[in-house]
Design a protein around this ligand. Structure first.
Ligand code: BGC
Length: 769
């Protein structure tokens, strides 16, 4: 191991976080409020001068869609009330209007043509992974480590949604999470703040494009601010209690990156953070987001999260919930009804300063102007365009490309994969292999149930083999599948299909088993205390293994699973997540070697649920090794994961050699490594760079990802991969929330996963003067 001394200008530089380059500027009026300036100042001021207090508060009110939008329905309770509210100018936005342009236009028409001031609505939808053309779930896309393709996926989703009348998506979800029990890990970028930040930027840029006012881009929403991914024990909506270091170094970075990338909106979160619900959290929204980071868009609450502050035990009633929310910087109320019902009274009696309302309204109107809604409120409402764009071939092709890039090869002993293309008897087993809805995954609201290519259909396209299918066992009780939004019921008892599956496996050369979670077993409110193969699937796997050991296990799931038995016994394992409409084609192409997998895990896979939270960037502890009798370990389980963060194989092999560190200036470190494809087929590898800051005023993780490169290599080809580490990337947030760069020794590691072994080190020195 060599030591390099770098004379780098530093040290202990405390950088201001407020380094955003915005066209707009922010000036402080009082500690709880900013005045936003933008290119639309005059128009916004003119409009606001005409607005009554109630109309202003109306802009801060968002309702969920109602299904009789094309006409008033005076006797239908809430629908009638919402209709009246829109007509009175008391609604600024609608979410989840289903039915495309026709329905959106009908609602927009009320706002534009029937209200006093004709302010258009902003139309929101959860466009999480594709719109109609469902793409892989975000966790799967993250496994591609391919920012251009991820950006393209968001861009396509935006174009398709925009053609259906939508102009605002509640995405990207960028909650860092280390807990596979939490169902919403399927929506995010995984456990790492560096990778998560790159993904956040790619998705924001994909949705919003270069020009928000064009009719094929939509406003993005960074959610859920903040800490939601750290729900205790992975139980949905549970308490979050994290220290400053975790908050600033692990949870905030993707959000800060999204703000810097120009995301137009933020959504706060359901959880309390260190005792204060995020929705009523002044520190999060005013101090950090709108203050330090200078965010000039608006913040929407999560669904009902304002009113839930009473259940949290924070606000004593709904009126106080409205007061806390506005004071904390929540600009728009999603489905709590507390602004529309209480904010005017709070202002009139002097509890809330009207300037807070003005600030929120300004922010909301600014985004509406930027979307071009004042120029043409129907610009997203062209039925011809909707027909031409929805489900177009380019989206399907791109969904296939994204799906293939998302697949991770976890194990391939004896080169069982790729499958031979001829003269094989192949048994395909598992209910998920013949499922055309589950691969869409959760949050596919506009997708058509049944619109995915199943694995069976994908494999049937390869005609040279003799393919037979047996279900083996249902994953979920069939009737529960019909109710898409409801809790699925896992099949824990019915093994009646085992006999047929075993008989088929017995007479086959290779068995492909598609096992895992149903698409609705992850997502919101889908926490699991056990993260093994649900129901009777483990039993099925072991029963089939008894008669045929040539098994390729294809996993489809929305979170890391604990599958130690499979890892020990099954020769080939492919992680195929939930891959959207092109799922079966992507899986078939990978299994047959027409596509060489290159995905890498964005989350650690544990050996058992008891290890969770398990993550690669952990601290060392005071007793990291067995030198002590009492050391940091389990007596009944390894400390190491089953598959580490960043891990994934290929049909070829790669070698890393010649790690070099060089200094080109006193502000950055240049690192290079030679990467060779040592196998027989062309392949892609994600070369990863990690650092370890050995000693610091606040202890640093044993490894931190600081760079990665996706490299394609022909057989036997070598490329030199270059990384540049800027001085700024070597710092961290201390416990006073200041960004500090401290001198000292750093290890670097390069390789194909977070266990990378190629190692060197350098010293960062104090500036001499
Ligand atoms: C979720 C949000 C989502 C919202 C609107 C909430 O339950 O937490 O992520 O955007 O619903 O559908």
């Amino acid at each position: 191991m060599k030591n390099y001394s770098l004379y780098i200008l530093l040290i202990c530089i405390i950088t201001s976080c407020n380094d955003l380059k915005n066209n707009t500027s922010v000036s402080q009026k009082d500690p709880g409020q900013q005045i936003i300036h933008s290119g639309f100042d005059d128009q916004i001021s003119d409009l606001m001068a005409k607005m009554t207090l109630k109309e202003k508060i109306g802009q801060m009110n968002q309702y969920n869609g109602f299904w009789d939008a094309t006409g008033p329905s005076p006797d239908k309770g809430k629908s009638a009330m919402k209709y009246e509210h829109i007509r009175n100018g008391y609604v600024g936005s609608m979410l989840n209007i289903k039915g495309g342009v026709k329905q959106v236009k009908a609602v927009q028409k009320i706002a534009v043509e029937e209200t006093r001031l004709g302010i258009p609505l902003i139309i929101a939808f959860d466009v999480i992974h594709g719109f109609k053309t469902i793409a892989p779930i975000p966790l799967a896309e993250s496994a591609s480590w391919d920012m251009e393709t991820i950006k393209k996926s968001a861009q396509n989703a935006a174009e398709e949604a925009a053609a259906s009348g939508i102009n605002w998506t509640f995405a990207p979800m960028i909650d860092t999470s280390r807990d596979a029990r939490w169902g919403r890990v399927m929506e995010g970028g995984g456990e790492d703040p560096f990778l998560g930040s790159k993904i956040a930027i790619a998705r924001v840029k994909g949705f919003q494009g270069e020009d928000l006012s064009t009719s094929n881009t939509i406003a993005a929403c960074a959610k859920h601010f903040a800490g939601y991914g750290f729900a205790e024990a992975g139980r949905e909506y549970n308490t979050v209690d994290v220290g400053t270091s975790t908050l600033n170094n692990i949870i905030f970075p993707p959000f800060k990156a999204a703000a810097e990338a120009g995301v137009k909106t933020f959504m706060n979160s359901f959880n309390e953070l260190n005792g204060i619900p995020a929705t009523g959290n002044k520190y999060l929204q005013r101090e950090v987001l709108k203050g330090k980071w200078g965010f000039d868009g608006f913040v929407v609450s999560d669904w009902g999260s304002m009113m839930e502050m009473t259940a949290h035990g924070h606000a004593k009633d709904l009126k106080q919930a409205a007061e806390f929310s506005i004071k904390a910087g929540s600009d728009m109320d999603m489905e709590s009804y507390v602004y529309v019902e209480h904010l005017a009274d709070l202002v009139n009696e002097g509890t809330v300063d009207v300037s807070l309302v003005d600030d929120a309204v300004r922010r909301i109107l600014k985004v509406k102007f930027e979307l071009g809604l004042f120029e043409d409120p129907y610009r997203y409402c062209d039925e011809e365009r909707e027909k031409a764009i929805t489900g177009k071939k380019e989206f399907i092709d791109d969904a296939l490309d994204m799906a293939k890039k998302s697949i991770v090869l976890l194990k391939n002993n004896n080169n069982l994969l790729p499958l031979k293309k001829e003269n094989q008897k192949i048994a395909l087993i598992g209910a998920l292999a013949n499922d055309k809805t589950s691969p869409l995954g959760n949050w596919s609201l506009a997708g058509e149930p049944g619109s995915a290519i199943s694995v069976l259909e994908g494999l049937q396209q390869y005609k040279g083999n003799n393919l037979s299918y047996a279900k083996g066992a249902d994953v979920v009780v069939p009737k529960s599948k019909a109710a898409w939004a409801d809790e699925v019921v896992v099949n824990k008892t019915d093994t009646s299909g085992f006999v047929e599956a075993i008989a088929l496996a017995k007479k086959s050369d290779v068995v492909v088993m598609v096992l895992g979670e149903h698409g609705m077993q992850s997502g919101e409110a889908k926490s699991r205390a056990n993260i093994d193969l649900p129901g009777v699937q483990q039993e099925l796997l072991e029963a089939v293994y008894k008669v045929n050991k040539n098994i390729v296990l294809v996993l489809t799931n929305g979170r890391p699973l604990a599958i130690p038995w499979a890892d020990e016994n099954i020769p080939s394992i492919v992680e195929a997540w939930q891959l959207g409409v092109q799922s079966g084609n992507a899986i078939a192409q990978v299994l047959y070697g027409d596509y060489n997998p290159s995905g890498k895990l964005p989350m650690t896979f544990p050996r058992s649920v008891g290890q969770v939270p398990i993550y690669y960037n952990h601290k060392n502890t005071g007793r990291p090794s067995a030198e002590n009798v009492f050391w940091s370990h389990y007596s009944d389980e390894e400390n190491t994961p089953l598959y580490p963060f960043g891990y994934g194989l290929s049909y070829t092999t790669f070698s890393y050699e010649n790690l070099k560190i060089d200094t080109v200036s006193d502000r950055e470190i240049k690192i290079s490594v030679d990467l060779t494809n040592t196998g027989e087929v062309k392949g892609k590898e994600v070369a990863q760079l990690y650092i370890h800051d050995l000693f610091a005023s606040v202890t640093r993780p044993v490894r931190e990802l600081k760079g990665f490169e996706l490299v394609e290599l022909e057989p036997k080809e070598t490329k030199t991969v270059h990384f540049t580490l800027s001085e700024k990337e070597l710092g961290f947030y201390d416990n006073n929330e200041a960004y500090v760069i401290e001198p000292g020794e750093f290890n670097i590691y390069i390789g194909g996963d977070s266990g990378a072994l190629l190692q060197d080190s350098f010293k960062l020195k104090k500036q001499s003067n």
